[in-house]
Structures are given as structure tokens and as C-alpha cells.
Design a protein around this ligand. Structure first.
Ligand code: G6Q
Length: 501
């Protein structure tokens, strides 16, 4: 296969960029709808020709073939020799997904059944008022983001999330809690992660100050793939909710890692979340590439990253409950595509994953939007709006939506010197591309669709850039060096300054 930058489509796209009128002069009318999710991508510096060429590029990178390999359980995570089957976690009961001679749907639905029973029982018991999920990275960001996003459905015990190894995190969380009414979910795929195991042991010691070893069975559960480590910790097999190594950490909220979600909003709502993700999986699998939401978002990202030099991409949800969504996507995108070596070990000669950042609107407007409007870099942005107020307050909601809509207009059209009455400080160049994604309501189903939309967008980009989007070797070096400092003591003057009294 030709190297990416030597493909004819690459050259064509370079030329098309030069020929394209500036964004504010374009009159695109480009929208796509899917089951309660509406995408307006009119405010992009594109033409039908650009889209056609980007789609041709995707085809030449065998996007459809790679997509099918993912769905059918081929080991596309080649560096870790693993399949990538998070899509099976949200497939319906009757689906058949064979992996190594076994239909994984049986295992998935057995686990879901147990999650249903455990969360159902817990939500009717009155003796558990608080749940503490202890996990980090993929074992924290996804369930935490979803519990926040669907807070307006929360009816069960209060769910807390502890991730940082900074003792302040666990200690501040435990301060207000009563061990008799607290349940700990130790969420760790490997059950060896330093931060999680440290926090889990601290939680256990706190618990045993006033409770008995025999009480652990009713107050600690494990969400993991590592049965031996779970039982060594003192959690019985029946209190472990398993998943498999073909679920990547940042794609694991759909697995037993989502137990905190079931406990917070109920299993039926968790199933709706899965159904939404599955609906997006089907769309990604079957819609033609030029009418395929994740494909279009992915291709637009490639367009700006590789042909417009855009180093960053902003995620701007106009919904307070989605306030953890940018942080969640930061991991999903940057850990997946923040790489410059291809699947089979060649150094890339093109840019890859952008810097992802964002904040819930309108807070961001009073913080970093200045730079998006008038800074020296072009930063494409996704605006995520929710049509129906989910907290019943129409006055607030109208203001919120008007702000989001106005920002995309301002970013596209800008303001000329004469419109600014000759004041150069008030000139806005405009021409900043944006997508507007509208959820008709912030329901579990729509959230499931939205998350899967971005998962597949990241997959599309990783495929074009020829990356393995499912490993994360870049996080290892720092861990090794931290252990060296812990085991061998300070190595440098700075280490000594920081660590010695
Ligand atoms: C995600 C990464 C990483 C992982 C954490 C926690 O894709 O692999 O963020 O989720 O390091 O790992 P454990 O779940 O094994 O504790």
C-alpha cells in the first residue's frame, strides 16, 4: 500500500485546499440525522469535491475493511495481540459474535444479568447510601462522565469517584461516609494499577477500623479481568464482575466497569445507553461513507490536522451535565491517536492526533474562547447542544442555546474592521470551522450514540493515519521511572529537593 502522503488523494486534497474560497464565503447546507442526533456540518471549509476526495482517501486506506475487522474480532490491536470488541458489549442478546470459536455474547449477557441483579438489589436495599468507585483512566473517566451526564435520572445511592493517588482524593471522599452504608467498587482491568490498588487498600483499612473482615463481602466488589488478584485482595469470586482483554480501558464503560452507572441510574437506563451505542455502531457499519457521521467527523479532523495545520480541536458541550465529556474524549482521542509510529513500526511523516480540550458552555466562553476567536492558530470545534431542557428551566435553556448558536456564527463570519468601527482590537477574522451536534434530549440512548460517534471518529482517524489506536505505550516510561524513584530513592538534585525533609 502506498504511503499516506504519496497517495494521489493526498495531492488532490492539497490542491483543493488552495482552490477553496474562504469559509465565510461558502454557502454549504450539510446536515445528517440519526435517531435523535442531528449533525450540522455546514460551517466547514469544504466543498462536495473535498468530501469526495476525503472519502476516496479513506477508501484507499481500507477503512471499510479495518472497520469490519474490528467488528468481527480480528486482532487489530497488533502490538498487544488483542481483538477490539467493545462493540459486542452493546450488541443485542440475539447477536452472534464469535471470537476464538466462542460466541462472546453468552459471556456478555451473563455478566449483564449479574449486573442487573446486583444493581437492582442494591437500589432497593436501604442500607447502602453511598458507592465509591475506585479506578483511574479508562476505569474512571467513562463511568464518571456518564454518571454526571445522566445525573437527572439518578435515583439510587450517591456515587463517588476516586482516581488520583493523591491521598486527598480518597480521604476527602471518605470524610462524610459511614462504612456501614458504603459500598466500594474496585474498578481495574488489571487489578495491579498503582493508584487504584493504593486507594483500594486505604479504603479497606478505613473500612476495617470499624467493621469486620467478614463484612468485606457485602461492601467490596471488583470489576476486573484478573480473578487471582481480586481474590488475593479479599474479594470473593461472586463479588467480581468480569470482562475480557478485548475491551480496552478507554472503551470499557460498556462492560462491568459500568456497574456504577447501573447503580446510579438503574439497569434499564444502562441498557438504553448500550442500545444507543449499538444504534451508532449499526450506522457506522452500514451508512455510505459520505453519509456516515463518525466517518465525516473523522475525515474533517484529518482535513484540518493534515491540510490546515490545526494542532488542536475543541469539544464544547452546551450542557452542564456533560462537563466531564471533554476530559473523557481527551483520553479517548489523545491516548488512541497520540502516536507517530505506524501499526507496523514506521515513523510517520505526517501529523496525527490533535490536542483535545474543552469545557462546558458557557463557562468556556468566559475563559479560553478569546484565543479561538482572535488567537494565532485555527482551532476547529465541535459544539454539542441539547434541544430539550433536562432540568425544566426554559429561560436558562434558551439563553444557553442562543449562546452556543451565536458562537458558531461568530467563529465562521467574524467581524470586519468597518463592522468594528475601525477598532483593530475588535476585528475577528472568522473562518473558524465548527460542527454542531444536536441531541434532541439528553437521554441514555442519545448519550450512548454520542459516545460511540466519537469512538468511531477516533477509529476512522487512526485508520487513515495507519496507527494502532488501541494501545498506549506512551504512558509506560513515566510509570517505570516513578517506580525507580520509589525503589531506589532520589536520583537527581530536584528529586532530593522534593522528596527529602
Ligand atoms: C485506557 C488505558 C488506561 C487504563 C488505566 C487503568 O485505555 O489503558 O487509562 O484504563 O491505566 O487501568 P486498570 O483498569 O487496569 O486499572
Amino acid at each position: 500500500m502506498a504511503l499516506l502522503t504519496q497517495k494521489p488523494q493526498w495531492e488532490n486534497l492539497k490542491r483543493l485546499k488552495e482552490e477553496l474560497p474562504e469559509l465565510k464565503k461558502l454557502k454549504n447546507d450539510l446536515t445528517l440525522e440519526h435517531k435523535g442526533l442531528y449533525l450540522d456540518y455546514s460551517k466547514n471549509a469544504i466543498s462536495h469535491q473535498v468530501i469526495a476526495e476525503l472519502v476516496a482517501l479513506a477508501k484507499s486506506c481500507e477503512l471499510e475493511q479495518w472497520r469490519d475487522k474490528m467488528f468481527t474480532g480480528e486482532k487489530i490491536n497488533n502490538t498487544e495481540d488483542r481483538a477490539v470488541l467493545h462493540t459486542a458489549l452493546r450488541a443485542p442478546r440475539e447477536a452472534v459474535v464469535n471470537f476464538q470459536g466462542e460466541n462472546v455474547m453468552l459471556f456478555i449477557h451473563n455478566t449483564l444479568k449479574r449486573m442487573n441483579a446486583a444493581s437492582g438489589a442494591l437500589r432497593v436495599q436501604e442500607n447502602i447510601t453511598d458507592i465509591v468507585n475506585i479506578g483511574i483512566g479508562g476505569s474512571d473517566l467513562g463511568p464518571y462522565m456518564v454518571c454526571e451526564a445522566l445525573k437527572h435520572y439518578a435515583s439510587g445511592p450517591q456515587v463517588h469517584f476516586v482516581s488520583n493517588v493523591d491521598g486527598a482524593h480518597i480521604n476527602e471522599t471518605l470524610k462524610g461516609l459511614n462504612p456501614k452504608t458504603t459500598l466500594f467498587l474496585i474498578a481495574s482491568k488489571t487489578f495491579t494499577t498503582q493508584e487504584t490498588m493504593t486507594n483500594a487498600h486505604t479504603a479497606r483499612a478505613w473500612f476495617l477500623k470499624s467493621m469486620q473482615e467478614s463484612d468485606i463481602a457485602n461492601h467490596f466488589m471488583a470489576l476486573s479481568t484478573n480473578l487471582d488478584a481480586v481474590t488475593d485482595f479479599g474479594i470473593a469470586r461472586e463479588n467480581m464482575f468480569p470482562f475480557k482483554d478485548w475491551v480496552g480501558g478507554r472503551y470499557s464503560l460498556w462492560s462491568s466497569i459500568g456497574l456504577s452507572i447501573c447503580m446510579a441510574i438503574g439497569f434499564d437506563k444502562f441498557e438504553e445507553l448500550l442500545a444507543g451505542a449499538h444504534a451508532m455502531d449499526m450506522h457506522f457499519k452500514t451508512a455510505p461513507l459520505d453519509h456516515n457521521m463518525p466517518v465525516l467527523l473523522g475525515l474533517l479532523g484529518v482535513w484540518y490536522r493534515n491540510f490546515w495545520n490545526a494542532e488542536a480541536h475543541a469539544i464544547l458541550p452546551y450542557a452542564q451535565n456533560l462537563h466531564r465529556f471533554p476530559a473523557f474524549l481527551q483520553q479517548m482521542d489523545m491516548e488512541s491517536n497520540g502516536k507517530t509510529v505506524t501499526r507496523y513500526g514506521k515513523k510517520t511523516d505526517y501529523d496525527t492526533g490533535p490536542i483535545i480540550f474543552g469545557e462546558a458552555g458557557t463557562n468556556g466562553q468566559h475563559a479560553f474562547y478569546q484565543l479561538i476567536h482572535q488567537g494565532s492558530s485555527m482551532i476547529p470545534a465541535d459544539f454539542i447542544l441539547v434541544k430539550k431542557p433536562y432540568n425544566g428551566n426554559h429561560d436558562h435553556h434558551k439563553k444557553l442555546l442562543a449562546n452556543g448558536l451565536a458562537q458558531t456564527d461568530a467563529l465562521m463570519h467574524g467581524q470586519t474592521l468597518s463592522q468594528a468601527n475601525g477598532d483593530p482590537h475588535r476585528v475577528f477574522n472568522g473562518n473558524v470551522p465548527t460542527n454542531t451536534i444536536v441531541l434532541d434530549e439528553l437521554t441514555p440512548f442519545n448519550l450512548g450514540q454520542l459516545i460511540a460517534l466519537y469512538e468511531h471518529k477516533v477509529f476512522v482517524q487512526g485508520t487513515i493515519w495507519d496507527l494502532n489506536s488501541f494501545d498506549q505505550p506512551g504512558v509506560e516510561l513515566g510509570k517505570t521511572l516513578a517506580n525507580k524513584i520509589l525503589n531506589d530513592g532520589p536520583q537527581t538534585k530536584l528529586h532530593k529537593y522534593v522528596l527529602e525533609d
